[in-house]
Design a protein around this ligand. Structure first.
Ligand code: NI
Length: 174
């Protein structure tokens, strides 16, 4: 049984460091990280997780959009492991929407993100995948990639008045 890991919280050095490119996706160490990330994310209400959040500085993210109490309007997709991910904006168009982070509990903020992007990553078999993402899923992807570069979403907030408590956030959807 894979271990459920503690999620690094804002202030931890590991959230501010640059993750290393994964060289061998089949190595036991990398496999273990992917398994631990999968288990850890499944035990939360989160829609994504990056390896630094379980204190592993490797370029691995999981995007797992699903409706939940935290994100009632999220589309449903299978959890997707993405290794060495990158993206390019399809246009300069951005939009602001709410984000939260398992490493920053109790807080939500409006964050500007590109609305449509092309992404590239290696899947769990090591095959290169290219696809186009839009809207909420594109947002999650950009949020998780930021973690690989030591950035958290609060760094991208335009004004402090765009930051609210989760309690107030949940009131927006009743
Ligand atoms: Ni996050």
């Amino acid at each position: 049984m894979t271990q459920n890991c503690e999620i690094a919280q804002l202030g931890a050095d590991v959230l501010r460091q640059i993750s290393a490119k994964v060289e061998n996706i089949n190595s036991p160490a990398i496999r273990k990280i992917i398994d631990e990330m999968t288990t850890t994310l499944a035990n939360t209400q989160g829609v994504g997780l990056a390896a630094p959040q379980i204190s592993q500085l490797q370029r691995i993210i999981i995007v797992a959009s699903r409706p939940s109490t935290r994100y009632p309007h999220a589309p449903l997709m299978l959890p997707t492991v993405m290794v060495n991910p990158s993206y390019e904006a399809l246009s300069e168009q951005t939009e602001k929407d709410w984000e939260g982070c398992l490493s920053i509990p109790g807080i939500r903020a409006l964050v500007p993100r590109y609305t449509s992007i092309t992404v590239q990553y290696e899947d769990v078999r090591g095959l290169t995948v290219q696809s186009m993402l839009e809207g909420f899923v594109a947002r999650v992807f950009q949020h998780e990639i930021d973690h690989l570069d030591g950035t958290v979403y609060l760094d991208r907030v335009e004004t402090n008045t765009d930051i609210i408590s989760e309690t107030e956030y949940l009131k927006l959807f009743v």
